[in-house]
Write a protein of this length. Structure first.
Length: 354
């Protein structure tokens, strides 16, 4: 059998707005993987690329951080939260949080923790909302609320300010609780806020961070970043137990280096945000489309008339967010173009006109 040139199996001209996970890999990230591919490196993280990633993360978040590259976001969240909690611990989170809605019970089944979900209007927790579940300390009949998990940006596309994160962290710490941040779209938050990453993470009091890369141009891989290593325990062992220890870790680390050493992370996230803003500005002028959340990152949420979403999906894939309310979610990514947005807006106008 001879080698042959691999050809694409999909129509590369098809575009969609279902998820920023639908996008390809940024060319600079692909180049980094190729550059890391020659020769041999020690496995399981004892490689030059993972060592350099620790230095890069320290530059972004502070010199005390510890970094644990992993395969995916669910693994990062479970691992990070496990490191904060004893077996009897519980996590206060928003009811819309990814850990509560979209991880198939992994935090509870794999992580062994209880989630205490709080309804919110915008996906954001506050100290007052946290207090709805932060009670019963010392009560042996209640899972102990010992951590808070917030998402930046939230599943509703909204963004915490540095002051809001600090207020949550200060309040949680005053109760003896620790703070986890699901940063699947952390770069989009930085682009929206115009703030350095550390201003709303380590400087604001977050203890452990799940740092997202896949939604911002990586092929695969996320990272658990212990911003306050003294608040975590056993990350080295938990990563292996949770089947998140990559043998060829250099290929995750090399991708993050390509993303973070320069400004690629910020440019890519800023572009995705800008495309969402372009889409939002257009649909704000279309009668029959009702946006439901502020557009503060790379997602637009809106309610459409009955039947319109299904007809639009014949040409552009996207997901229902709340099917009963006819609310949909449109996501932009680093490779979304103005032409993509304009074509989609034209399709929305045409459907509503018909």
């Amino acid at each position: 059998m001879t080698d042959s040139t691999f050809t694409a199996l999909h129509d590369t001209g098809v575009r969609g707005f279902a998820s920023d996970n639908y996008s390809g890999v940024h060319p600079q990230v692909l180049a980094a993987v190729a550059a890391a591919n020659d020769g041999h490196q020690v496995a399981y993280g004892e490689d030059a690329y993972t060592a350099r990633l620790h230095e890069v993360m320290a530059e972004k978040f502070g010199t005390a951080v510890e970094v644990f590259p992993v395969f995916n976001g669910t693994g990062a969240n479970v691992l990070g939260l496990q490191s904060l909690l004893p077996r009897w611990g519980a996590v206060v989170c928003a009811s819309t949080a990814h850990i509560n809605c979209d991880e198939n019970g992994a935090p509870e089944r794999v992580g062994g923790m209880k989630l205490l979900a709080v309804p919110t209007t915008d996906g954001k927790l506050t100290p007052e909302l946290i207090d709805r579940e932060a009670w019963g300390f010392g009560d042996e009949h209640r899972a102990q609320p010992l951590a808070v998990s917030i998402t930046q940006t939230t599943e509703l596309g909204t963004c915490y300010t540095p002051a809001e994160v600090k207020a949550i962290a200060d309040h949680a710490h005053s109760l003896g609780m620790k703070v986890h941040m699901d940063g699947a779209r952390l770069a989009n938050a930085a682009a929206h806020l115009g703030e350095p990453l550390r201003s709303f993470t380590s400087d604001a009091g977050v203890d452990v961070l799940s740092f997202g890369g896949t939604k911002n141009g990586l092929m695969f891989g996320e990272a658990v970043v212990a911003l306050n290593p003294s608040a975590t325990d056993g990350l080295k062992y938990l990563r292996k137990m949770n089947m998140q220890l990559a043998s060829k870790m250099r290929f995750i680390s090399a991708q993050f280096i390509a993303l973070l050493e320069g400004d690629l992370w910020l440019r890519s996230a800023g572009h995705a945000n800008a495309m969402a803003a372009r889409l939002r500005a257009a649909v704000d002028t279309i009668d029959g489309v009702t946006p439901t959340q502020p557009t503060q990152s790379n997602g637009v949420f809106a309610i459409l008339p009955d039947g319109v979403a299904d007809r639009l999906r014949e040409s552009f894939r996207f997901y229902d967010w709340n099917e009963a309310a006819r609310e949909v979610r449109w996501m932009c990514s680093f490779d979304t173009t103005e032409a993509d947005i304009d074509a989609f807006v034209a399709a929305i106008r045409a459907e509503l006109a018909s």
